[in-house]
Design a protein around this ligand. Structure first.
Ligand code: NDP
Length: 270
């Protein structure tokens, strides 16, 4: 049976095996997908020995996405621009690297009926996740994307890298009461119980998305809801969306996201 695995550290929390098992069942594909904890210093040799065993592909999660990129013989454009890979495909001794996070986000936004064409988007954060979603977001033809980050120089570096006049960088303070159609929180602030320092006027009557997800609403989504956001959405759909896109890359069939997301929300997954 074709073997796939997700490698990370930590990995116990990963829902990817559960998601891919449901995708395989749904599309009647025969495959085995497991998770594996990797010691930080053993990442490269772990991947190499997985390839030697005849495996077909892998997902890569924190903290190995950049190191995985270095291992690749080929990269997709979206992986190159993201500067990180989350999907490896092993073909005839070569490693092909891709990044499906951005596609996962865009699919989830569209599934939630959030208009992206001609929209004014505020992207909070300029780390790996923000970088990975810029190209797929730009492909949806928004009017503009403002990237605001605590360390503003990182947002400015991103603008330089992408060379697209729809992009601009900002400090949080400089946003004031500017109105956006959609705010995407791509910071990890919610993981530490923090909310990025933007004004309540920014979130009122605006779609608000947080890449972080959990049993409860994230601190950012809770705060945005209290201040009149049109709709608040967490990143669980993005997680399932990026997994679906990895599955398509490997198996050439795109599984349905909605039933899997529903199972995760009701049963919690594993
Ligand atoms: P990085 O560590 O690369 O970047 C973290 C970003 O968050 C930086 O821009 C950092 O700003 C900012 N930040 C951290 N703490 C704060 C704070 N208290 N206030 C304001 N800004 C803050 O992480 P990633 O980009 O890889 O991931 C970001 C989040 O997205 C993570 O929480 C991750 O779990 C989530 N994610 C979800 C996915 C999904 O499928 N749902 C997929 C990928 C990521 P600075 O540059 O100033 O340090």
């Amino acid at each position: 049976m074709d073997q796939y695995r997700v490698f990370g550290n930590p990995i116990k929390q990963s829902r990817s095996p559960f998601i891919h098992q449901l995708f395989a069942k749904q599309t009647q594909q025969q495959l085995n997908y497991q998770s594996e904890y990797v010691e930080v210093e053993q990442f490269e040799e772990t991947i190499k020995s997985f390839i030697k065993s005849g495996a077909k592909g892998a997902n890569i999660t924190v903290p190995f996405k950049e190191r995985a990129m270095v291992l690749c013989d080929q990269l997709t454009e979206r992986a190159q621009l993201a500067g990180a890979v989350n999907t490896l495909t092993f073909v005839e001794g070569k490693i092909c690297g891709d990044n499906t996070d951005g596609e996962g986000l865009v699919k989830d936004l569209l599934n939630n009926n959030i208009p992206l064409k001609n929209s004014r988007i505020l992207l909070l954060g300029a780390g790996g996740a923000a970088k990975g979603v810029l190209l797929p977001l730009l492909a949806q033809a928004p009017e503009s994307i403002v990237i605001a980050n605590r360390t503003v120089s990182k947002a400015e570096d991103l603008i330089k890298k992408f060379k697209n006049d729809k992009l601009s960088a900002s400090e949080f303070d400089a946003l004031g009461e500017t109105k956006f159609s959609l705010i995407i929180n791509a910071t990890s602030a919610s993981l530490t119980g923090n909310v990025p320092p933007i004004t309540k006027e920014c979130v009122a009557n605006t779609y608000c998305y947080d890449m972080v997800y959990g049993q409860e609403l994230t601190p950012f989504l809770l705060w945005a809801k209290e201040h009149g956001a049109t709709k608040v959405i967490d990143g669980l759909g993005m997680l399932v969306g990026q997994a679906a896109e990895s599955f398509r890359v490997w198996r050439n069939v795109l599984p349905e996201i909605a039933p899997v997301l529903k199972q995760l929300r009701t049963k919690g997954g594993s």
